[in-house]
Design a binder for this molecule. Structure first.
Ligand SMILES: Cc1cc2nc3c(=O)[nH]c(=O)nc-3n(C[C@H](O)[C@H](O)[C@H](O)COP(=O)(O)OP(=O)(O)OC[C@H]3O[C@@H](n4cnc5c(N)ncnc54)[C@H](O)[C@@H]3O)c2cc1C
Length: 329
């Protein structure tokens, strides 16, 4: 690992002062479960590491007057999982439970989980986020790569397990920096982007900005996450979906359906939402929404099996949200 400066500031303002302006020269350290491995492998080579775990304002969980749940970015996943405020958000609880490793849940933070880097094996072996402008995954082993949003050079899939649920729930992030007084609230949906060249990351934060809190609106309806996994244990799902539904008089009035692990960003499916809105939730309408979700899929040479998995994930997330789960993988 390359030598680096280390800082452990005690306030948000100090964090901003310590962050450099150029990508790759400074990295933010939370639980470190992702970042440290990348540094050990020399994939990420910062000159300075800023540990944010000792900033008290990032460790809070609060329900605001308007019902929004504000969770500090360094709250660990196990603390959030056990918190009573999480009860109306089964989609988040199910996603955290999916991580299936007590060590990762205790060490990993909410901000780190959302911003962890892609698991793409080309990226993790030092070939860059876009892996030769997309050439390596196109011509090589792309079993676990994207089936949506993969027409440009980015073929990796967004890694966060929580992000699809957060997008479905219409959550925002509070971002501070680069200036001392800069504060912005950005939807989780627009926090992610599909990079077009190696200088861009998979999220829109500048290197001198800090994600301080996740702001999750009051849950007024039903929500759930469903993951299709290749087996039990701490590994990423092959495909997942999160559904947030408003149901009135037995029919769906509003829906946000988001696929995970199938595209370089969490993938909001307007097609699936349109298919389920105005319908009662049952096996048939859930299946129709699943079928609608995959209409625009564009699998690579070795991953068309993921199309079926994505379809199933959407159907089961909808049924699970409505309390109609029946078996599964
Ligand atoms: C061996 C191993 C197995 C794993 N298996 C699974 C698995 O099966 N399923 C699964 O879902 N996950 C898995 N993970 C991933 C794990 O869930 C994540 O690594 C963890 O949630 C990241 O949280 P962290 O706090 O440790 O992040 P860190 O490693 O500290 O940070 C991750 C990234 O986010 C950035 N960052 C963190 N906080 C902020 C912030 N507030 N503002 C701006 N940038 C920030 C960091 O700079 C870094 O780039 C695994 C990890 C390991 C090491």
């Amino acid at each position: 690992m390359k030598n680096f400066e280390y800082a452990a500031p005690r306030s948000e303002a100090e964090v901003l002062t310590l962050l450099h302006s150029r990508s790759g020269h400074t990295e933010i350290l939370a639980g470190g479960t992702d970042l440290v491995g990348l540094m050990q492998a020399n994939i990420v080579r910062p000159e300075r590491v800023v540990n944010i775990l000792e900033v008290p304002s990032l460790q809070t969980i609060e329900q605001l007057d308007n019902g929004v749940l504000a969770v500090g970015s360094t709250v660990t996943l196990d603390v959030l999982l056990d918190h009573p405020y999480l009860t109306p958000y089964p989609a988040l609880r199910q996603a955290i439970e999916g991580i299936a490793s007590m060590q990762l849940q205790c060490q990993g933070t909410l901000g780190g989980e959302v911003l962890q880097r892609p698991q793409c094996w080309f990226f993790r072996s030092g070939r860059g986020l876009l892996a030769g402008g997309g050439k390596l995954p196109t011509e090589g082993d792309n079993r676990f790569h994207a089936i949506f949003g993969n027409h440009g050079p980015a073929k990796f899939v967004s890694t966060s397990r929580l992000a699809p649920a957060l997008v479905a729930l219409n959550a925002q992030v509070r971002v501070i920096g680069p200036g001392e007084t800069d504060e912005n609230f950005v939807s989780v949906e627009s926090l992610f982007r599909t990079p077009r060249h190696e200088a861009e990351r998979e999220h829109t934060l500048l290197p001198n900005q800090l994600l301080t809190h996740l702001m999750i609106p009051a849950a007024t309806g039903f929500n759930a996450t469903y993951e299709v996994r290749h087996g039990a244990g701490p590994d990423y799902p092959l495909a997942s979906a999160a559904a947030a539904l408003e149901i009135e008089g037995g029919v769906v009035r509003e829906a946000r359906i988001v696929l995970g692990h199938v595209a370089p960003t969490p993938w909001l499916s307007h097609e699936a939402a349109a298919a389920i809105v105005g319908q009662p939730v049952n096996e048939e309408t859930g299946a129709a929404a699943g079928a609608a979700a995959i209409v625009s899929a564009s699998p690579l040479s070795n991953n068309d099996y993921k199309v079926q998995l994505a379809q199933v994930a959407v159907k089961r997330a909808i049924l699970r949200a409505a309390g109609q789960e029946t078996g599964g993988f």
